[in-house]
Unconditional design. Structure first.
Lengths: 113, 115
């Protein structure tokens, strides 16, 4: 059983650019959530995808968007990057339903300069 | 609004000593509570979780946590700390829907272990 994998591991972007981060969910998991972890902070919930649709969103602007594919993998897109978008972006996958554990990937470290 | 507070930003414990990390939550209904650990440059690993039932839950690596509804707390404990326990610890409360869990995390507590 493969775990949650994220790509790339690190990247550097310029303010105003757009970025796409990718996540492959663990085998058998059909729900994917994305979190932003700024330096020295706890992860903050961005949104969740279930059955290829957004299913809940945290306090993030619309320039943060996502996709989920039929194989349950997911993308996080951020437009018009700002310096404050620099953070570790974590993807978590889980099975649907109650009492299910979320498994996290290693994250993508995004630096905006 | 749901929230999690971890009052201690940084704790240093001697190897072999006991450990308690504090967590307080604010949640309208019965909370689902979690403790995660994060080593530098790594993702999050689940230590333990509370959904219902026995208020003392056992986790991996010798950790346990006690849910106290009257105090809105879910403190993490370990009787004897090992140097490898040095890491960042996050308490989280989960809100559930059909799709699964969305987690609200505290700001974390950094644990240092001295020899």
């Amino acid at each position: 059983e493969t775990g949650v994998t994220q790509s790339p591991t690190h990247l550097i972007k310029t303010r105003g650019q757009q970025v796409t981060l990718r996540c492959s969910s663990q085998s058998g998991h059909n729900t994917v959530s994305w979190y932003q972890q700024a330096l020295g902070q706890g992860p903050q919930f961005i949104f969740q995808y279930y059955r290829e649709e957004e299913n809940g969103r945290g306090n993030f602007p619309p320039r943060f968007s996502g996709l989920q594919f039929p194989n349950y993998s997911s993308e996080l897109n951020v437009n018009a990057l700002e310096l404050d978008d620099s953070a570790l972006y974590l993807c978590a996958s889980s099975r649907e339903g109650m009492n299910t554990e979320a498994f996290f990937g290693q994250g993508t470290r995004l630096t905006v300069v | 609004a749901q929230s999690v507070t971890q009052p201690d930003i940084h704790i240093t414990v001697s190897e072999g000593a006991s450990l308690e990390l504090r967590c307080n939550y604010s949640y309208g209904a019965t909370p689902y509570l979690f403790w995660y650990v994060q080593s530098p440059g790594q993702g999050l690993q689940l230590l333990l979780k509370y959904f219902s039932g026995d208020t003392l839950v056992q986790g991996i690596k010798g950790f346990e946590a006690e849910f106290k509804r009257s105090q809105s707390s879910f403190n993490l404990r370990k009787p004897s700390v090992h140097w490898s326990d040095a890491a960042e610890y996050f308490c989280a409360v989960g809100s559930y829907n059909q799709a699964g869990t969305a987690l609200i995390f505290g700001k974390g507590t950094t644990l240092s272990v001295s020899s």
